[in-house]
Design a protein around this ligand. Structure first.
Ligand code: SF4
Length: 213
């Protein structure tokens, strides 16, 4: 008989079968570019960010390259993305700090990352996980929605959701679990209309079993 404690692993296994290719959908060629792309992705889509960075990263690859731009020049290059003025300001300030305090390198620990302008828990965890291979669960809008619907978490905020997921999921699965929930959220467990009728994990889902679907 399956115990309640089996549920997280059953869900992970099922999602891994469904999305064997699940990975970060942002395009980047270095940890620094990953940091910039993740900062740009707030309240935007990865697709839109990739469209912008495809050109941007051809010429601007390092903090020094970015600092050759004025804020208004960078704004012009990223203006198709939401909150572009604030993002341009934060990216340039972040580059200045990387050069003055970290020899131009992205720091590989959480505390230093979240001290950078415009970098919150989610961005720091994405960079640790995808840039440094350090287990981390970045809770974005998809991870928050999907994990709370399924019942892997039961929280009204992202910080608490992150803590709960770190408790129920094995550490070596955190980064993969993040990608799997994003992929499921984008493809099936959509925000407005979750496709519960065709969902392959519905038997394991609290939301489905509570007949809210
Ligand atoms: S059953 Fe519905 S709510 Fe549950 S994970 Fe699937 S799509 Fe999302």
């Amino acid at each position: 008989m399956k115990s309640k404690n089996d549920k997280p692993l059953l869900i992970l296994n099922k999602l891994t079968e469904l999305y064997p290719e699940a990975k970060c959908e942002l395009d980047f060629g270095s940890t620094f570019q990953l940091l910039v792309a993740t900062m740009l992705s707030a309240q935007s889509t990865d697709k839109k960010v990739n469209e912008i960075t495809e050109e941007l990263f051809k010429k601007y690859k390092t903090p020094d390259d970015f600092l050759s731009l004025t804020q208004s020049e960078l704004e012009e290059k990223i203006k198709k993305i939401g909150l572009y003025r604030n993002k341009a300001k934060n990216i340039l300030n972040m580059c200045r700090i990387l050069i003055s305090e970290y020899k131009g390198e992205v720091p590989g620990n959480f505390e230093d990352l979240i001290s950078l302008p415009g970098v919150g828990r989610k961005t720091a965890n994405v960079v640790l996980s995808n840039g440094f291979g350090i287990p981390a669960i970045a809770v974005d809008t998809h991870v928050f929605r999907v994990s709370n619907r399924i019942g892997l978490a039961n929280s009204k905020n992202v910080d608490e959701t992150e803590k709960q997921l770190m408790t129920v999921l094995p550490k070596d699965s955190w980064s993969l679990a993040h990608h799997l929930m994003i992929w499921h959220g984008r493809r099936t467990c959509e925000a407005k209309r979750p496709k519960c009728d065709i969902c392959k994990i519905k038997e394991l889902c609290d939301y489905y079993n509570s007949e809210k679907c």
